[in-house]
Design a protein around this ligand. Sequence first.
Ligand code: UDP
Length: 504
Amino acid sequence: MSFEADVYCSNTKSLHFLLVPLMAQGHMIPMVDLARLLAARGAFVTFATTPVNLARIQPIIDGAAASALPIRFVELYFPAMDVGLPDGCESAELIPSADLFLPFMNALSLLRKPLEAHLHGPDLARWPKPTCLISDNLQHWTADVARTLDVPRFIFHGPSCFFLLCGLLIKQHRVELEVAMEETSSGPILLPGLPHHVRVNKHELTSVMRSDPNWSKYMESVRVAEESANGVLVNSFVELEPWYFERYHEVTGKPVWSVGPLSLYKEELDAKATRGKVSSIDNKLLFQWLDKQKAGSVVLVSFGSIVRNTIAELMELGYGLEASSRPFIWVVTEVAERQVPGVEEWITEFEKRVEGRGMVIKGWGPQILMLGHVAVGGFVTHCGWNSTLEAIAAGVVMATWPHFFDQFLNEQLVVDVLKIGVAVGVEKPKLFGIGDDNEVAVKVTRGEVEKVLERLMGGGEEGDERRERAKELKEKARMAMEEGGSSWKGLQDAINYVLESQQK
Ligand code: UDP
């Protein structure tokens, strides 16, 4: 497949975007798409990340080179071992324990030196000087780099405007919410000022990131850098959350551009199959099996890149899938990717029992391709924003099973606002990276799994209406990314902002 630089923006050729993603699959994957979209509009793009992350996207790097997209991938050395992380720990899901999460985040600013060395090195001389820096909002140190370069800086936000706005409201109303929560003895509290009933619970108010002073220090650096940014790019589309998009824009007081779903970036199937990482299953066999299933009959189960379930939790889920009558694909990252003890043996036995009706992917699956297959009708998801948006873009209804971070609010967007999902019923978050000793481990029984699958995949009139709404959103998502659509325009407005800033 060849990509032609857009003709509608020949001026874009004077632009050079420097992209610095966060090293975590859920942040890296959409920024790779963003890099290719910008390059497809004719701009030069430098994508800077660490060796482990570059190795994972080698097929994409090769594809970009073959299609002459003006993207350069630059390697930044990350001194993991110097800060007490294992060698090669260059992506969030590789962090072995919760106590190493903050050291990882604090070490991000060590990327500044290699990035600046690159910016002053011989490579750059062959390309125009960077004209805009786009970084993940958690890469706060890039604010100084943009100041030194004297270029505008945009932050890239992984999650939706819905989540971003709720996050701001939680901060703004934290004290009164805490008082209200005390009075009601811990029941969930409604967030004020929203057109929908959005609840926050004690865990959201008192998460580690909010209460630990070391985390607060890091988050304060993020906030300061965010305030100084010239604009915000969001992987969402206006039609999905119009009220939240407008309001978030008003509250931040700076340009906000919705540019997604970035997963709808047009590319060859082979490239989609290696999104994030090369698939752990023979894709030919997987799609031969899917081709044999009835339209809309298959349930896809996947919890993204970071969630690590214990063997006990996986067994409940597995028995629930086994008890349901539905064909399914279950991506179990806990085997090859996360190495949870005992899982491989149990899964091997499980596979034998469900042979023919269920497929198990041990490791990494081609999620975007599976969601797009006509046989897949439901998605059991942890509600990571990328997975959520990918399901929306594919028109697939969801059973929501949040684990931590933004996932509980994403669940409310899916279930209560958009009404395209059914909640599994999890109330307490897990702690990131914690295993069997997690006292607030997710407790979902096999019976609950079976029940939720029936509601999701069947569900009578209620189920049909849910599926109808999901189909409508799929169409809106497609249109947003088409030439002239809202997200297409969003990206163009961001490009125009940089063009205008050059003329000042
Ligand atoms: N993903 C994938 N295959 C897998 C697991 C995840 O392609 O087996 C992709 C998924 O499509 C999404 C990303 O990894 O783009 C996960 O991001 P998300 O925000 O959903 O969750 P996180 O991993 O950040 O918790």
